[in-house]
Design a binder for this molecule. Structure first.
Ligand SMILES: Cc1ncc(C[n+]2csc(CCOP(=O)(O)OP(=O)(O)O)c2C)c(N)n1
Ligand SMILES: [Mg+2]
Length: 628
């Protein structure tokens, strides 16, 4: 085809036409990369991207309520699709754009592809300052969209239409790269966005981006096999990379053959079924005693697709064996090299397949395997114990998690992000398939829950989606309930009300700070009450169930565990998004199991409890390690 054939389009029309024609292929399966575009219109995008979407309804537009929420929905969609499909998000300029910054950071930290198309100020500048323009006396080449730079894996601004010709392929390279993916921002000043240009037709040809399964260096693989053979107590840590690579089956095969136990990170939970005898469950600060005991003595840690967050490593106190070594399988050399590991840079599935061949005939010592299996069973009994608690008068969070787990279909998807729920879920949720457990715990962004649920349901409409959300997160961002009803993407939202921030309240008490600022209560004598105020604190007249009802949801209010069980079956048959509202106990918590999380305590204070907490902290701090 003649490279010189051109088509006169606005830049926005060219972008949407381009996006429509981008495909990805992995393992011989080809699919369109973009599922459509979320957006909220304003003067920064209505005549550009807005008009283009209107003209091309085959590239589906979804209206959102809040720009941050739509980016969360897009990220959750991409996560559910194992990064093989994604959304674009269009916003106006100014606040519409900066609302997306938090969403961008969430996507980038979780390594999830999202294409952001914020509107931008006039490139021709003569009418500046345009409504919502933040001016600078130092430069005219600056706008609020520069805020996206540190939270994007690729950032560009299209000030002249022909810049799209080089920007768009770069955007696709990053979005489809397993190692580099994250938020990609292409800012669109409104004049070139709606202005026309003769674009080469070649830009719009169908293009298939191959998602590679890179194999690690052969020498590194051989060395890894030698290290594994030499190890007495190896432990696998399964991270999100196992799931994105769809490597669960290979991991199970590997574990069955080698007998190495597996612990799971927040993003990697579900890599093995919970009832696999060598699955020790969650690891780290929110880990099980099974994982944390094995991690403590492990002489070799094989991290697969993990970024080793402080929650995973218990702030570098989890691995105590003096000569512990690490082998890290990761698509990103950055993560593969953490803890001065032997890096196996490559795809999790491909790397495990190669290692399996090199480990032919290898098996851990029978006593080590038996020890791991014993811990697995002991942990399962602990989960059973917590599921069976029937706390009065208000139910405990653990028993409610048990009910959701036991009464949901094994192929349902449960989503959560912040509060006390993630830690409890990490320990207690029994994952029955690789996508059963969806936690955004890279940014732990309050507000992700319902918006994320929407994105998940769009990615997997055939599955039930359970959103587990605290009252704090619910208050922060609940608007996508409306979108779920508008688009008929039914969610079951379990809204756990404990009158404020249970998680930060517990953290505050552990720091000697009495839950200050974490209860939803009226001030008394100008001071917000802490936990010692007990029941004397006057709670706020907030009715979250009525709030959910006002947004159009089917709301079921519960008081007891029995009500809750009945509500779960009612919600399953409801014709639209259902919200199960229940108050639960602020103080009954799940303990931590032989782990720690480093939160810096005030070194000097006028409060004796804080000084005591500091002394305790200093002891644990001394156990933090460098891996050199
Ligand atoms: C956007 C955002 N702001 C602040 C925080 C810090 N934070 C973590 S959990 C939490 C409280 C969450 O309250 P809620 O949703 O009611 O859950 P609970 O702790 O009561 O279980 C806060 C403020 C956060 N994670 N995200
Ligand atoms: Mg709460």
């Amino acid at each position: 085809m003649n490279q010189q054939t051109t088509k006169r389009l606005t830049t926005a029309q060219a972008i949407i036409t381009f996006l429509k024609n981008q495909y990805v292929e992995r393992d011989g399966v080809e699919r369109p990369f973009f599922a459509g575009c979320f957006g909220i219109f304003g003067h920064g995008n209505i005549a550009g991207i807005g008009q283009a979407l209107q003209q091309m309804p085959e590239f589906r537009y979804y209206q959102a309520r809040n720009e941050q929420a739509m980016v969360h929905a897009a990220a959750a969609f991409a996560k559910t699709k194992n990064r093989l499909q994604a959304f674009a998000c269009t916003s106006s300029i100014g606040p519409g754009a900066t609302n997306m910054v938090t969403g961008a950071a969430t996507a980038t930290i979780n390594r999830l592809p999202v294409l952001l198309l914020p509107g931008d100020i006039f490139a021709r500048r003569n009418v500046a300052p345009v409504l919502q323009q933040l001016e600078s006396e130092h430069s005219q080449d600056i706008s609020v969209n520069d805020c996206f730079k540190p939270v994007s894996r690729y950032w560009d601004r299209i000030s002249r239409p022909e810049q799209a010709l080089t920007a768009l392929p770069e955007a696709m390279r990053v979005l489809t790269s397993p190692a580099d993916t994250g938020a990609v921002t292409v800012a669109l000043p409104q004049d070139p966005q709606a202005g026309a240009y003769a674009f080469p037709e070649a830009l719009f040809h169908k293009r298939v981006w191959r998602i590679p399964r890179n194999r690690p260096d052969r020498g590194a693989l051989e060395q890894a096999a030698a290290w594994i053979r030499a190890s007495q107590r190896p432990l696998i840590i399964a991270g999100g990379g196992v799931l994105y690579a769809e490597a669960s089956g290979t991991l199970q095969h590997f574990v069955d053959q080698a007998g190495i136990p597996v612990s799971e990170t927040m993003a990697g939970k579900g890599s093995l079924r919970y009832d696999h005898p060598l699955n020790l469950g969650a690891i780290g600060a929110t880990g099980t005693f099974a994982s944390n005991r094995v991690a403590k003595d492990a002489d070799l840690v094989i991290g697969i697709g993990t970024r080793y967050s402080d929650f995973t490593t218990s702030s570098k106190t989890a691995f105590r064996y003096p000569d512990v070594r690490f082998i890290n399988i990761n698509v990103a050399s950055f993560d593969a090299s953490k803890h001065l590991a032997l890096p196996l840079v490559g795809d999790a599935k491909a790397a495990l397949e190669e290692l399996l061949l090199l480990l032919d005939g290898y098996r851990v010592d029978e006593s080590y395997r038996a020890h791991s299996e014993q811990l697995h069973s002991a942990w399962d009994a602990e989960v059973e114990r917590i599921y069976a608690i029937r706390n009065e008068p208000l139910p405990s969070q653990g028993e409610l998690i048990g009910a959701v787990n036991e009464l949901s279909a094994p192929d349902a998807i449960m989503v959560c992000a912040a509060g006390s729920l993630p830690g409890d879920l990490h320990k207690l949720w029994r994952s029955r398939h690789p996508k059963n457990y969806h936690l955004e715990y890279g940014y732990s962004c309050m507000g992700y829950e319902i918006a994320g649920g929407l994105g998940i349901k769009m990615a997997a409409p055939e599955r039930d989606v359970y959103v587990m959300v605290g009252d704090g997160s619910y208050l922060m961002m609940n608007g996508e309930i409306v979108t779920s009803i508008q688009e008929n993407h039914k969610l079951v939202i379990v809204l756990l009300d404990n009158d404020g921030y249970k998680s930060i309240g517990a953290l505050s008490r552990s720091l000697g700070q009495d839950g200050f600022g974490t209860r939803y209560a009226y001030p008394s004598n100008g001071v917000l009450p802490g936990d010692t105020a007990g029941a004397e604190a006057r709670t706020l007249p907030v009715d979250l169930a009525a709030n959910a009802r006002s947004l159009g949801a089917h709301v079921i209010e519960c008081k007891t565990y029995a009500d809750f069980v009945a509500a779960l079956s009612e919600a399953r048959t409801a014709d639209r998004t259902a919200v199960i509202y229940i108050q639960n106990d602020r103080y009954v918590g799940i303990p931590s199991y032989e782990s720690w999380w480093d939160v810096q305590v005030a070194e000097v204070s006028e409060m004796p409890q804080v000084e005591a907490a500091y002394a305790e902290w200093a002891k644990m701090r001394a156990q933090e390690r460098y891996f050199l």
